[in-house]
Design a protein around this ligand. Sequence first.
Ligand SMILES: NC(=O)c1ccc[n+]([C@@H]2O[C@H](COP(=O)([O-])OP(=O)(O)OC[C@H]3O[C@@H](n4cnc5c(N)ncnc54)[C@H](O)[C@@H]3O)[C@@H](O)[C@H]2O)c1
Length: 408
Amino acid sequence: MATLMTQKHSLGVGLVSVGWMGKVHSRAFADLNSVYPDLPVKPRLVIAADPEPSRQEFAIEALGYEQATADYLEVLRNPDVDVVSICSPNFLHKEIALAAIAHGKHFWLEKPAGRSAAETAEIAAAAAAAGVKSTIGFNYRNAPAIEHAKKLIAEGALGRITNVRGIFFADYSSEPNGALSWRFKRELAGSGVLGDLMGHLVDLVQYVVGDIAEVTALTSTTHKQRPIQQMGKGTHFDVIEGGPMGEVENEDYAGMLVRFTDTGYGSDAVGTLEASRSLVGPRARYELEIYGTEGSFIWDFERMNEMQLTTARRGQELGYRRVMASPGMGDFGSFQPGAGTSMGYDDLKVVEARKFVEDILGLAHLNSNINDAVASAAVLAAAEESAATKSWQTVAPVAGSTSAKRKA
Ligand SMILES: NC(=O)c1ccc[n+]([C@@H]2O[C@H](COP(=O)([O-])OP(=O)(O)OC[C@H]3O[C@@H](n4cnc5c(N)ncnc54)[C@H](O)[C@@H]3O)[C@@H](O)[C@H]2O)c1
């Protein structure tokens, strides 16, 4: 074991923002060597930045960073930092990503990459010009059931894909007095549930099925005012009793009809995609249903380690089989030796960290990259335009994305 560890190169990690995602990224780096012992690097948590002093203290005491600072530029300037996790609120993503690129640091950036398609494209262009590698936090791709569905579709096991149904339904702002965090302000977040949850769903269907070519959408806001929450305090799940109220400036719900490009399984795949952050009932019901001429697949993140599958059209026992994720599906076997012992949300980020590191080392290019963020943002921008103009919008394919492609 000692030999295994001494053969590894140190990988200096810097973190910007010690909120929910900052903690999850840090735990992912800390777990990398135990989950993937053959990875030839050993992460070293060098420095974390957050303006909130209690979060700087947490970074050192709980997460194990050597130093902490209020100023993210100190992270980027640190010569021991090789890669940087950017886990700040959306309004800082472009500024910090461009600064990371200017300092030649590969970055793992949370979604949505920019507040708009234009900001996202700006980050992509700068990264390409500087030859800096990126990974985007589209973690649901890494669920073993999703990787299995992608493989089944690529092998033709579901036949020609005819339609897709996706819902990303959460309840984090179902309370009318749920906190008015930065997520509800246009200047700080950009769009609402579109950038927050629909962006994940769009990335997921583009990764598994193929590029979306046409969109029509509508949006609505359930609760128009909420109690104001101070930046850096609490989480967006908090409920605040009393206190001053502020305006919700973006949408709680978005619904879309989409048409996919021809990915080689037929040119007529269509879909319905919905997302909401303020429903009563679903906790994190992130569900993907994919229907083909030979079979279908159903997955729900609330039951992440299982899927409903059918690949038969005839016979007396038509219907779904409940299939558990197991070694051989995605990275399941790196975490658990047998089916039935579940992986969790944090594990998806460990997989994402592996893909990020492997891309940087030139070992594999399996990660979601900034072009995937551009591709997702383009669909969301088309949805916003569609909702505003009550029209269908076309979406151009994005070069360099890792969406499911047309068969050779
Ligand atoms: N991939 C996913 O599943 C997922 C889940 C949640 C959040 N996210 C994304 O992660 C990002 C962060 O979300 P979160 O829930 O962790 O937010 P959060 O509100 O929990 O934390 C944000 C942190 O940023 C800090 N911050 C504010 N200004 C800063 C500055 N100038 N420099 C450095 N830090 C600053 C705050 O003090 C706070 O600690 C968002 O873009 C969000 O969309 C992704």
